[in-house]
Ligand binder design. Structure first.
Ligand code: NAD
Ligand code: ZN
Length: 359
């Protein structure tokens, strides 16, 4: 038996308003005057004084605003790294990502690729990264993905949507400030929050479950249930969902996700449907696998007036459908976790096709 020996986020601060401590957290990490801190920030905050006023730029520090309209791509990471190398006199002191899962993943990937040669596409997979990343800080502004705590950065490459999973991927520092989630639209709040709920359902019901994952998964599951079913103040909801996201991420670190993620990776790669929404669309068709949790999920949708898009696969071509199935079937570990070692004998292409057709 070979037990996994995972690194965790080294430092974390939690609290409403904790973003105010950013400068004092960063300053000891500055290597020299020529080695800047580079902030990758979701462009939704381009005019957000509450957030930007906490960022003090000195020496050669600068901000790059990035749209999260599309999920991160390997080519986008490579371009960012090239631009940073061209513009910056020496290796940056740190990369600070501010935003949702998209910005968390981009900043993890950029910090890794600043110290590892070649294209980020060469490193999609497990433990291919050779050198430690540049110091990197994650500051989530929407809760659910667990990207702030995970050991992966999920990128769309030329052939695959796949993470760079490595011991060097987790953030060196995370700032959990639930106030930063003010302003998230209701639908997006729900979809990204459901990513967390689905991480728990897939982890807790999977074959890879163990006491480590179960304890985190149960905590996150209960927090999600509380947030999406019960009534409470906005601050309470924000605080609880931020911790649910963290625990949900911790739960899958030592287990795995399952069918929902396997199918939603196909939707995302071929149709560009974003992770949280894609997961909800897929989950809604999997009564056969997660009956009780799907009833709970529908109750949550009803309470928050969420209406999922329908017939998204109605007019897609046979080639697109095949490509979605290929992407999904490459994710062996996810299927093994959900169905078992012999999943290839139990899940046929026709069955998966029929599921996609219902979405
Ligand atoms: P996102 O980062 O794409 O953001 C969704 C939307 O919310 C965007 O329009 C963004 O501008 C907006 N937004 C974010 N914070 C806001 C705020 N405070 N106020 C107003 N608007 C705000 O969405 P997400 O669901 O957090 O992340 C999805 C990505 O995360 C996908 O690319 C997925 O692959 C990745 N992911 C990664 C992991 C991991 O472990 N690395 C896990 C799950 C998902
Ligand atoms: Zn997810």
């Amino acid at each position: 038996m070979n037990f996994k020996n995972f690194p965790l986020v080294s430092k974390v601060v939690f609290g409403r308003g904790s973003l105010g401590q950013l400068s004092e957290i960063l300053e000891p990490k500055r290597k020299n005057e020529k080695a800047p801190f580079i902030y990758l920030i979701d462009d939704v905050f381009e005019k957000n004084h509450n957030i930007l006023s906490n960022i003090s730029l000195s020496y050669d520090d600068y901000i790059i605003f990035i749209s999260s309209e599309f999920e991160p791509k390997t080519s986008q990471v490579d371009d960012l790294v090239e631009n940073i190398i061209l513009k910056t006199k020496s290796l940056p002191s740190g990369i600070i990502g501010i935003g949702g899962g998209t910005l968390m993943d981009l900043s993890k990937a950029v910090s890794l690729m600043l110290t590892n040669n070649g294209s980020s596409e060469d490193y999609q997979g497990w433990d291919l990264i050779k050198n430690p990343a540049v110091y990197h800080v994650g500051i989530p502004t929407i809760s659910g993905t667990g990207a702030e705590v995970s050991r992966t950065t999920v990128l769309n490459g030329s052939k695959m949507k796949l993470g760079i999973n490595s011991d060097f991927t987790p953030f060196d520092q995370v700032i959990l400030d639930p106030e930063l989630t003010n302003g998230v639209s209701k639908d997006q709040w729900f979809y990204t929050g459901m990513d967390c709920f689905i991480h728990c359902v897939e982890s807790l019901n999977g074959n890879f479950i163990n006491t480590f994952s179960k304890s985190y998964g149960e905590m996150a599951y209960e927090l999600c249930k509380d947030v999406f079913i019960n009534d409470m103040t906005v601050s309470e909801m924000q605080n609880k969902l931020m911790m649910a996201s963290w625990h949900g991420g911790m739960s899958i670190a030592f287990s795995q996700v399952g069918i929902v993620h396997a199918l939603s990776y196909g939707l995302s790669y071929v149709l560009g449907i974003k992770h949280g929404l894609g997961n909800c669309i897929v989950f809604n068709q999997l009564d056969k696998f997660y009956f009780d949790d799907i009833r709970l999920f529908r109750k949550m949708m009803k309470k928050h007036d969420i209406i999922l898009p329908v017939e998204i696969c109605k007019n897609i071509s046979q080639e697109q459908l095949d490509e979605m199935i290929d992407i999904s079937f490459k994710l062996d570990l996810l299927w093994e976790n959900a169905i078992g070692d012999n999943w290839r004998n139990l899940i046929t292409r026709d069955y998966v096709k029929s599921l996609y057709k219902k979405m």
